[in-house]
Design a protein around this ligand. Structure first.
Ligand code: G3P
Length: 232
């Protein structure tokens, strides 16, 4: 499963991409607004951090097709080739996605709350569709179930579009979708950290360190023990 950071805090992006196998960063207007900085400056900095080869997702702001297309051109000029333009999966958005596909501009149908929105965005030519898992849960529906339905519909109809699951509140939601074969997920930093935040694992690792120190007469690691520089 491709893994993206759903955040625009550049310190967090640097920290997480140093640790985890991260495929890129997704943003939306609200995420950019939370930085309190100029969105263009933030996006440029994220591109520099990611380098030229990893994907950055940035959203077109207008709600009419012509405006979306104009924004898509501006976003791609700003961020380069490995850019996916997020377009809301609304009627105007399908129109924009179809035109952008003809121009070779890569898109993600976003703000997906229902399978048919995803299907239409995929048929229009989106490379990704982004169901909002937790927001669907909060409406009283099944976010993971809806996402798996979308995945199955796209497979059954031979659509090459990938599902980029978004809007997570916990790692269990991500695990459920990973196990179901969903191709991509984008998660807030706290959710990514939550994948491996396990007290039992930390304790097991510390036990190994302590046992080695006891066995090696106080040496903290294998390298020191072998070079004879550890205590004895
Ligand atoms: O990528 C879409 C996502 O950012 C929405 O997440 O947490 O605002 O529901 P959230």
């Amino acid at each position: 499963m491709e893994l993206y950071i759903d955040d625009a805090n550049t310190k967090e992006i640097r920290r997480l991409s140093d640790i985890y196998p991260v495929d890129g960063v997704t943003t939306n207007p609200s995420i950019l607004a939370r930085t309190g900085r100029n969105p263009v400056e933030v996006l440029k900095e994220i591109r520099t951090l990611l380098g030229p080869d990893r994907l950055i997702f940035a959203q077109a702001i207008p709600t009419d097709a012509e405006g979306m297309i104009r924004d898509a051109h501006a976003i791609c000029t700003l961020l380069g080739e490995q850019t996916i333009v997020k377009i809301p999966a609304i009627p105007e958005g399908f129109q924009a996605i179809r035109q952008l596909k003809k121009e070779g501009i890569r898109t993600c149908g976003t703000v997906v709350y229902s399978p048919m929105q995803a299907y239409l965005a995929a048929r229009a030519g989106a490379e990704y569709v982004a169901p909002y898992v937790n927001r669907i849960d909060n409406l009283g529906y099944d976010g993971c179930g809806t996402t798996i339905t979308i995945h199955n519909i796209l497979k059954q109809h031979g659509c090459p579009c990938k599902v980029l699951a978004a809007s997570f509140k916990n790692s269990q939601q991500v695990l459920t979708l990973c196990a179901a074969g969903i191709q991509a997920a984008t998660c807030a930093p706290s959710v990514i950290d939550g994948f491996v935040n396990n007290a039992a694992v930390k304790e097991a690792v510390q036990d190994f360190v302590n046992d080695f120190r006891n066995a090696a007469g106080g040496s903290e690691n294998m390298a020191d023990l072998l070079s004879g520089s550890g205590e004895s």
